[in-house]
Design a protein around this ligand. Structure first.
Ligand SMILES: [Zn+2]
Length: 298
C-alpha cells in the first residue's frame, strides 16, 4: 500500500498530518511526499525570493520529514511556482503524470471545499486532486483507492495521538517560515484537542481528515456530489466558501476562524504586486513575468 501526501508548499504537511505520516512510515508502509512548489515566495525579502529560498525550503522539508520517518528520497518536488498553482487542464495533466510515476493507493491533499485556509495554491491543489480522483481515474496506471483532505472544517476521520512533541518539532524545521509559524504554533495543540464528546477514547489529540466518497457523474470541470446533508459543486472558480463547521472541536473552530481571517489578508492573496521579483536570477524573473501576464494581468 503506497500513501502519498500532496502539498502546495514545503511547510504544509507538518501542522496537519505529521502524526499520521510518522505512524504510517514507522509501521513500514511506503509513504511519499509530493510538494508541488518549492515555496519560492515564502518570505517578502527580495534578497531571498526565488531559487535561493527554494533551495533552503527543500532542505527544511527534508529535515522536517526526517523527524516523521520519511527519508529525502521519498520526497518529490513539482515544477509549479509558489502562487501560480492553478486549476487548469495543464496542471491536471502534470499531476496525473506525477501520480503515474508515484503510483499511490491512497492520497492526501489540502481541503478544497470545507477549507479554512484560503491560500489559492492550497485550494487549487485540493480541487485538482478531487477532480482527478472523481473523473480522471481512467488516465491513471493505478487507480487511487481513497482521497483524504487535510486542513478541513468538516472531518469524518480522526487520527488520534497523545504526544505532540515530534509533530511540533517537525513543523519548527521550517525556519524560513518562522515569521508565520510562530503564530500558528500557538494553535498547534488547541487545533487538535480531543474534547470528550469526540468519542476518541483516552487520546489527548487528533488530526482531522475528510475522506472523500467517490461519485459517478462528472463532466467537464463540473462535478457534483450529494449525500448526507452535503451538496458540493466543483467549478473552475477560485472562491469557495466554507460552511458547516459543526464537526470540529471548539479549539479548532477558534483556530480555523482566525486563520480564515488571516488567509484573506492581501499578503496571502496573489496579486501581480505580490510577485515582484527584483533580485533573483533573470531566468526566474522572466518566468514569473510570464506567469503574471497569464494569471494576474495588469
Ligand atoms: Zn502553504
Amino acid at each position: 500500500m503506497i500513501f502519498l501526501f500532496v502539498s502546495a508548499h514545503p511547510d504544509d504537511l507538518e501542522f496537519s498530518c505529521a502524526n499520521l505520516i510518522r505512524y504510517l512510515a514507522q509501521k513500514g508502509h511506503e509513504v511519499k511526499i509530493l510538494c508541488l512548489t518549492k515555496g519560492e515566495f515564502g518570505i517578502f525579502d527580495q534578497d531571498w525570493i526565488g531559487p535561493r529560498l527554494a533551495r533552503i525550503r527543500v532542505q527544511e522539508l527534508q529535515k522536517a520529514a526526517k523527524i516523521n520517518a520519511i527519508p529525502p528520497e521519498k520526497i518529490f518536488f513539482g515544477e509549479f511556482i509558489d502562487g501560480f498553482l492553478k486549476f487548469t487542464s495543464e496542471s491536471v495533466s502534470e499531476i496525473i503524470s506525477w501520480l503515474n510515476r508515484l503510483q499511490p493507493d491512497i492520497v492526501f491533499a489540502p481541503e478544497a471545499f470545507y477549507a479554512y485556509y484560503f491560500q489559492t495554491d492550497h485550494i487549487n491543489c485540493g480541487k485538482i486532486m478531487y477532480y482527478i480522483f472523481q473523473s480522471c481515474q481512467d488516465r491513471l496506471l493505478k487507480p487511487i483507492r481513497s482521497l483524504f483532505f487535510y486542513n478541513t472544517l468538516n472531518p469524518n476521520f480522526w487520527w488520534p495521538f497523545n504526544d505532540s512533541t515530534l509533530g511540533k518539532q517537525s513543523f519548527l524545521q521550517h525556519r524560513s517560515q518562522w515569521w508565520f509559524i510562530r503564530w500558528i504554533m500557538l494553535f498547534y495543540s488547541l487545533d487538535k484537542v480531543n474534547f470528550w464528546w469526540k468519542r476518541l477514547g483516552p487520546w489527548k489529540y487528533a488530526e482531522r481528515y475528510r475522506r472523500i466518497s467517490k461519485i459517478s457523474v462528472v463532466h467537464n470541470n463540473t462535478a457534483e456530489i450529494s449525500g448526507d446533508d452535503t451538496l458540493i459543486k466543483i467549478t473552475n472558480s477560485d472562491s469557495m466558501d466554507s460552511m458547516n463547521s459543526n464537526n470540529s472541536s471548539i479549539g479548532s473552530m477558534i483556530f480555523n476562524r482566525i486563520l480564515s481571517l488571516i488567509s484573506h489578508l492581501p499578503a496571502f492573496n496573489p496579486t501581480r504586486e505580490r510577485y515582484k521579483v527584483e533580485k533573483a536570477s533573470s531566468e526566474f524573473a522572466q518566468k514569473i513575468e510570464k506567469l503574471c501576464d497569464r494569471f494576474y494581468p495588469e
